[in-house]
Design a protein around this ligand. Structure first.
Ligand SMILES: *[C@@H]1O[C@H](CO)[C@@H](O)[C@H](O)[C@H]1NC(C)=O
Ligand SMILES: *[C@@H]1O[C@H](CO)[C@@H](O)[C@H](O)[C@H]1NC(C)=O
Ligand SMILES: *[C@@H]1O[C@H](CO)[C@@H](O)[C@H](O)[C@H]1NC(C)=O
Ligand SMILES: *[C@@H]1O[C@H](CO)[C@@H](O)[C@H](O)[C@H]1NC(C)=O
Ligand SMILES: [Zn+2]
Length: 852
């Protein structure tokens, strides 16, 4: 990998410093640029196996498994299988399950945040063979686009999605922003292909169709299930719908849920050596082989005139347990579950062995119904029931709680403790024993059937605080910081200006990681109005953890969302946010109104496809294409004009501007000015950009991306992002009062490297950091304490930088010999190996950065 990376660097350097004019390269939309990177990508792909041992190993595993299967001719059955909860189904962590066997790994459902959870808890996405989806709703597929991009980047050759046939349309829809997906073979195995079998188990897909919608309205179905009223559809029928043909909406089909019956392959018993010896069998000689084989096959043998039965020398064959995964999202589906014949077979008196485990992704409102209860009671008492829904309140993201608890020690106001949303719905009284899901709870099916709780993460704030207290000098620095900040605060408290308030929800780039999520920044303009700047995957989850039970209130205030560009890390959290906002308005008894969506008009290709084939969504938005807010843009339609006027009025804004920035095609920055005089400028993703300086002139607050550290200018050009000092430079040119940096590469998980250009006007953002304009003077005072808390990480990053600087001049000095030199460079110093590992670990991120 390293080799490739260096090659890339030297090539791109050649390009920048060589004959080709840099501006050509700098233009993102130039065909030359595209071909150039296409070529690089191909090169990187071709070299991958040689250079990425991890990937090679993974492919080997796949090949071996296949070979084994072919050699055996029969299926031996796995010896270890367990079902594990990933997301327990809380409002911020949608229900998902991971199933492990030594041959295969599966995922059931993939809502937003699933990938990040898997990453935090080391459930390797690289090993996924199959993803099963119970239904085409955002709760189940919200994290799927990100997951697919990651699978592609780590080199998983193939991924099969089982479930609703509309998954095909979903895959098509994500191509509108994911770029080409040729590297990975994606296919859909619709429920009509009833059975599927591999080394581990046979899976039967069971379609469940909703009964008529009429009686569901009277029932208390889950709030997220509000059927779209035709009136609202009409209202927005003519927004940017490229092809408003009537036939299209018919392709959307929300009346289907797919349940999965999974039957493990039988596993033959083990041969008991001691017992065999006692009976006089020729243990330890060549003769024993065929005898064991026969016995394991369940045949009687005669040895030395003595008949020996298998049960004398073998443990019994395990016939293979069955587990069932069923989602029953609303009362409309209860009848279908209740009467389904296939499911019936695994209940008491059925034709098959009863299910060992039933996983219910079923809200409390459905569990409460008599019919569903009765259905559960039809399983024998030996059947275990695992329930995933909002009743669960376990901490999923320990790492983010930890860092927040520690930052909270430095400044409780800017780093408020995280909260959780607790449902107010009481638990249904069930008459069967059941277990409520917790993050990482396991049910082992083999070798021994049992619940396993040892992986469930614990989250102990006191311990996190204690750990930080033991960092040398940290408490002293915190004291110093508090003294300064409190004096300042006392001075300012009279003014007590709470608004505007900026809440950073996601400050990382590319893929969501343990510490930093992808882009999302909430600007609370006034007590009743908020604007969201970008909305990466997990933005809603972040809101939920910040506001806890008040999340509905916070959602109801969001009237406007600005999407800077269509990289996945900036917009794939939008649908979840919109659906949850609708739910919030319903819960609060407010009238529904769509949001103003200020976004590249190309977003409609994705939204239209999702709307047409998956779920109703167009009624949630009033689109204002970014380009109409640029200086000297073409005149918008009357309709768009009226949206712009209304947007300004709603938010008490004087002006809302955008400009094209230097990143990918159709990437925009924005700035807006409040009637009371303050101005906020937001860069989105970009290299240093003069047009942005222009629209952000004299901003009170500039939020600028700083993806990479100083010294990585070439990489910044290649990926069309900014370095720390470049971002600060833009703020200086703009004469911004204050600059907050964000969108850090995930290689700076905890804290980015500081640059010499830091001044008392610059701050770095963290997920869940909340600042008010009165905090500007205090923010730089946090830095010594932050540097102390993260001293170890900063030390490591600085070492890495030094090694890189040692290496770089050689690797780049000449292009022809670069491979040789790279090899030599790699031998320099003992740090080289660590660097290689680093490089492997970050190779996925590095690839994705180009798309971030
Ligand atoms: C990032 O988002 C995921 C998914 O919503 C969440 O589980 C995680 O806690 C977030 N990270 C941080 C640092 O809050
Ligand atoms: C959804 O699909 C089922 C089965 O294919 C079909 O019976 C039903 O009519 C469809 N509903 C809609 C609204 O298309
Ligand atoms: C094995 O032997 C036992 C007792 O001798 C007999 O009942 C059984 O049917 C035999 N099984 C087979 C598979 O021949
Ligand atoms: C920015 O502020 C300076 C100094 O106050 C002023 O001269 C200039 O006109 C302002 N520019 C804009 C675009 O507001
Ligand atoms: Zn981007």
């Amino acid at each position: 990998m390293n080799r490739v990376r260096l090659k890339l660097r030297s090539l791109s350097l050649l390009f920048v410093t060589g004959g080709a004019a840099p501006p050509t390269l700098a233009r993102c939309d130039s065909g030359l640029h595209e071909t150039f990177f296409q070529a690089l990508r191909t090169m990187a792909t071709n070299n991958n196996n040689i250079n990425n041992p991890k990937k090679a190993k993974e492919q080997l595993r796949r090949v071996k498994t296949k070979e084994n299967r072919n050699k055996r001719g029969d299926v031996r059955g796995p010896s270890t299988v367990y079902v594990q909860v990933v997301g327990a189904g809380s409002r911020d962590s949608d229900a998902s399950l991971y199933v492990f066997s030594e041959y295969n790994r599966y995922l059931f459902n993939c809502g937003e945040g699933t990938q990040r959870l898997m990453q935090e808890h080391k459930l390797k996405a690289a090993h996924l063979d199959n993803i099963f989806l119970t239904r085409l709703s955002w709760e189940n597929v919200g994290g799927l686009s990100g997951m697919i991009l990651t699978l592609k980047d780590i080199g998983v050759p193939e991924c099969v999605l089982s479930g609703p046939p509309q998954l095909d349309n979903y895959l098509n829809a994500i191509k509108s922003f994911s770029g080409p997906l040729e590297d990975i073979k994606l296919s859909v195995r619709p429920y009509t292909e009833e059975t599927y079998s591999d080394e581990t188990m046979t899976v039967y897909q069971v379609p469940l169709f909703a009964q008529s919608r009429t009686h569901s309205r009277s029932g208390s179905s889950s709030p997220s299930q509000s059927p779209a009223s035709p009136a609202r559809d009409d209202l927005h029928a003519n927004i940017c719908r490229e092809n408003p043909s009537e036939g299209q909406t018919a392709a959307r089909n929300t009346s289907l849920v797919v349940a999965f019956i999974c039957k493990l392959h039988p596993k033959k018993g083990n041969f008991l050596v001691a017992e065999a010896k006692e009976l006089g069998l020729p243990v330890g000689t060549a003769a024993i082989g065929p005898l064991i084989a026969a016995l394991k096959d369940g045949k009687n043998i005669t040895y030395d005139g003595k008949e020996i039965r298998p049960e004398q020398v073998c443990t019994p064959t395990d016939p293979g347990a069955v587990f069932i995964v069923v989602e029953c999202p609303s009362e409309e589906f209860v009848e279908a579950v209740f009467t389904n014949r296939q499911l019936r077979r695994y209940q008491t008196g059925g034709t098959e062995d009863p299910a060992a485990l039933v996983v219910h992704m079923t809200p409390e409102s459905v569990l409460k119904t008599d019919q569903y209860k009765e259905w559960m009671e039809r399983f024998p008492s030996t059947t275990e029931h695992l329930i995933l829904n909002e009743q669960v309140s376990t901490v999923h993201n320990v790492r983010s709680h930890k860092i927040q608890a520690q930052l909270n020690m430095i400044h409780p106001g800017m780093f408020p403790e995280l909260k959780s949303y607790k449902t107010k719905e009481p638990q249904a009284a069930l008459h069967v024993p059941n277990v409520r899901a917790e993050c990482l709870l396991k049910f082992q099916l083999r070798p021994v059937m049992e619940w396993q709780r040892d992986a469930i993460p614990s989250c102990n704030t006191e311990e996190f605080v204690k750990e930080a207290s033991e960092v040398p000098n940290f408490l002293e620095e915190v004291d110093k910081c508090k003294k300064i900040c409190f004096t300042d605060a006392a001075e300012l408290s009279d003014r007590g200006k709470r608004y505007p308030e900026v809440l950073f929800l996601g400050t990382g780039s590319a893929l969501p990681m343990k510490i930093r999520n992808v882009s999302g920044t909430l600007v609370n303009i006034s007590p009743s109005q908020s604007v969201l700047l970008d909305c990466g995957e997990g933005t809603f989850g972040q809101l939920c953890r910040h506001y806890g039970d008040d999340v509905d209130d916070a959602l109801s205030k969001i009237s406007t969302v600005f999407i800077s560009h269509l990289h996945a890390d900036h917009h794939t959290g939008l649908l979840k946010l919109l659906y949850q906002r609708e739910r919030a308005l319903t819960t609060l008894g407010r009238t529904f109104s769509p949001i103003y969506l200020i976004a590249p008009v190309q977003i409609m290709s994705w939204l239209n496809q999702y709307h047409n084939y998956c779920e109703e969504m167009l009624s949630h938005i009033k689109l204002i294409p970014n380009k109409f807010l640029c200086d000297g843009s073409e005149t918008p339609t009357q309709r768009t004009k009226s949206f712009i006027q209304a947007l300004l009025k709603t938010n008490d804004l004087e002006k809302f501007q955008t400009c094209i920035v230097r990143h990918c095609k159709n990437a925009f920055a924005c700035s807006f000015t409040h009637q009371s005089g303050w101005k906020l400028a937001f860069s989105g993703d970009t290299m240093p950009c003069d047009a942005f300086v222009h629209i952000g002139k004299n901003a009170t607050l500039l939020i600028h991306e700083a993806t990479l550290e100083d010294g990585l200018e070439e990489e910044a050009v290649e990926k069309r992002h900014s370095t720390t000092s470049q971002a600060i430079g833009i703020g200086v040119k703009m004469s911004a009062d204050f600059i907050m940096l964000n969108h850090f590469s995930q290689r700076y998980a905890k804290i980015p490297l500081f640059s010499e250009d830091f001044s008392d006007k610059v701050g770095i953002s963290f997920d869940h950091m909340r600042i008010r304009f009165e905090d500007f003077s205090a923010i730089p005072n946090l830095i010594p304490a932050l540097k102390t808390l993260f001293a170890a990480e900063i030390g490591e990053m600085e070492e890495r930088r030094e090694r890189r600087e040692l290496r770089q001049p050689r690797a780049c000095s000449s292009e022809t010999n670069s491979e040789q030199k790279t090899t030599r460079a790699l031998e320099v110093g003992q740090g080289a190996k660590r660097d290689q590992e680093e490089a492997a670990a970050h190779s996925v991120e590095a690839k994705r950065l180009k798309l971030s």
